[in-house]
Design a protein around this ligand. Structure first.
Ligand SMILES: *[C@@H]1O[C@H](CO)[C@@H](O)[C@H](O)[C@H]1NC(C)=O
Ligand SMILES: *[C@@H]1O[C@H](CO)[C@@H](O)[C@H](O)[C@H]1NC(C)=O
Length: 464
């Protein structure tokens, strides 16, 4: 049996390997800065060739074809493509060189710890150089829901809309998304199910620097906001979660952070940390005991089972040095409590509409692909908006904590239809930001089926 102290010993997460990996890494931005040195070189070479080539043949649409490889930058200039992919990744190129995938002992299961992951990922990237440009910021979103149909009659419909919202966000920002609806470890059920998924996603996506877990009942309500990844690179943080140090260390609350949305770097530290985290879950023979320990520490925790959120707070509480690696994000709504957020949508819409009335640049119609540019234009107007509670900036993620869209068993403190109405408003508030690029808008956030076409120079015309 593991004593809590053993689990949280500061030494337990700085293995010699981790030490070696982080040795030269104080100021650098990643778990494996070497990769980026290498990738940086490859990128430079690539850009040089790219610019030389596009200079030489300005009439070609710039399609790099499939033949961009490590030693051979032969360009397929015969096929003119109407879509210019930049940077181009080679989805067909998988050389026969041995990688971790060829190791028969490799297991995706959370049961078996992963070793030397940074090195293995690094090797894979070296063999797949077309993934070098942008590797540092590559994000794969992972989300999911249960295997069986929802008990709530509108549950599956709501989940579909929540998923659509995530797909929209990912498309706008160039992220990949994986939706999983099977239990990857039979014992890791309910809130624990995400850990096996995140581990499997790390193995399936060596090209991605970050895996971003987002609960099925959370949705993006600012489609323009982009994760401030440099902030987490700056001191080499590997896990980013919405939370408040004061609530962990002083108030010892089980809601000191929310484990429903987190970013985790695809690296060995994360593998080690998830092992430790999962040891407080139902896979462990000490599962019951962990539940008791959590309840004795967090007086506001009402249910007896050990849960992933309390487990994470517990680990942080016992070892404050973990905040060197775990970033408690409180500057924006990495996730935010719906009850606090939903009532603000109308005023926010008004403020944003006002901004657009003042700035013709923002009213210009544009291709969806270049939406990020318009998000950047808007930033100039949001300097006074604030962030988080009391702000009139669009909240980044609205999380319907306690609403349980699939089972329908929402917390009794939420009256009548407040959960479902809140969701519909949130979904349409978000959808309006997407539909806008397609020329339409919902005039009423509670009416999902009605849209009107947005006139030229909207919202100069109104009222809306
Ligand atoms: C890649 O190059 C090889 C030979 O250099 C050629 O046979 C092959 O058709 C090319 N593939 C693509 C997708 O252009
Ligand atoms: C919306 O704005 C009005 C007018 O400024 C204000 O009175 C009201 O409290 C605001 N509502 C919310 C939910 O913030």
């Amino acid at each position: 049996m593991l004593a809590p102290e053993q689990l949280s010993s500061p030494k337990s997460h700085s293995s010699p390997m981790a030490k070696q990996l982080f040795r030269n890494n104080n100021k650098s931005s990643s778990c494996f800065s070497d990769v980026f040195l290498y990738l940086g070189g490859a990128l430079l070479a690539f850009l040089l060739l790219w610019s030389l080539w596009s200079y030489a043949s300005p009439d070609v649409a710039g399609n790099l074809g499939h033949n961009v490889t490590d030693s051979n930058f032969k360009l397929d200039s015969s096929s003119k493509s109407c879509v210019q992919e930049h940077p181009a990744v080679d989805l067909r190129y998988d050389p026969p060189d041995t990688t971790f995938y060829d190791d028969p002992a490799l297991r995706y299961s959370i049961e078996q710890p992963m070793k030397d992951w940074d090195q293995k990922r690094n090797e894979w990237l070296k063999h797949h150089p077309s993934f070098a440009p942008g590797a540092r910021d590559r994000v794969v979103m992972v989300t999911g829901s249960q295997t069986r149909p929802c008990r709530n009659p509108i549950g599956d419909h709501l989940l579909l809309r929540f998923f659509k919202n995530k797909v929209d966000y990912c498309r706008l920002h160039g992220y990949d998304i994986f939706y999983n609806n099977v239990l990857l470890h039979p014992k890791m059920h309910t809130f624990w199910a995400k850990l096996p998924m995140v581990k499997a996603a790390m193995l399936a996506h060596p090209e991605a620097e970050w895996i971003w877990w987002v609960d099925s009942d959370a949705l993006f309500t600012d489609m323009e906001y982009k994760l401030p990844l440099r902030r987490y690179d700056y001191k080499n943080h590997n896990l980013v979660i919405h939370g408040w140090a004061k609530l962990i260390y002083e108030e010892k609350s089980w809601t000191a952070l929310n484990a429903g949305v987190f970013l985790i770097r695809n690296c060995q530290w994360s593998m080690d940390f998830m092992d430790k985290w999962a040891k407080m879950g139902p896979m462990s023979p000490d599962y019951d005991k962990w539940g008791q320990i959590q309840r004795s520490l967090f007086k506001d925790k009402l249910f007896p089972e050990s849960d992933d959120q309390s487990a994470l707070i517990y680990l942080l509480y016992k070892d404050k040095s973990l905040t060197d690696k775990i970033y408690l994000e409180g500057e924006y709504y990495l996730e935010g409590y719906w009850l606090e957020i939903v009532p603000t949508y109308n005023n926010i819409t008004e403020r944003y509409t006002e901004i657009e009335r003042e700035d013709g640049k923002l009213r210009r119609r544009h291709a969806e692909k270049v939406s990020e540019q318009y998000g950047a234009f808007r930033e100039a107007h949001l300097k006074e908006a604030g962030n988080g509670k009391g702000s009139w900036r669009r909240p980044f993620i609205t999380h319907f904590t306690g609403c349980q869209p699939c089972s329908g068993d929402h917390n009794k403190m939420y009256e009548g239809d407040s959960c479902w109405n809140g969701m519909v408003r949130a979904l349409n508030f978000a959808d309006n930001q997407v539909l806008r690029k397609y020329g339409f808008v919902h005039p009423d956030l509670l009416d999902s089926k009605t849209v009107v076409e947005t006139p030229f120079d909207y919202p100069e015309e109104g009222p809306w």
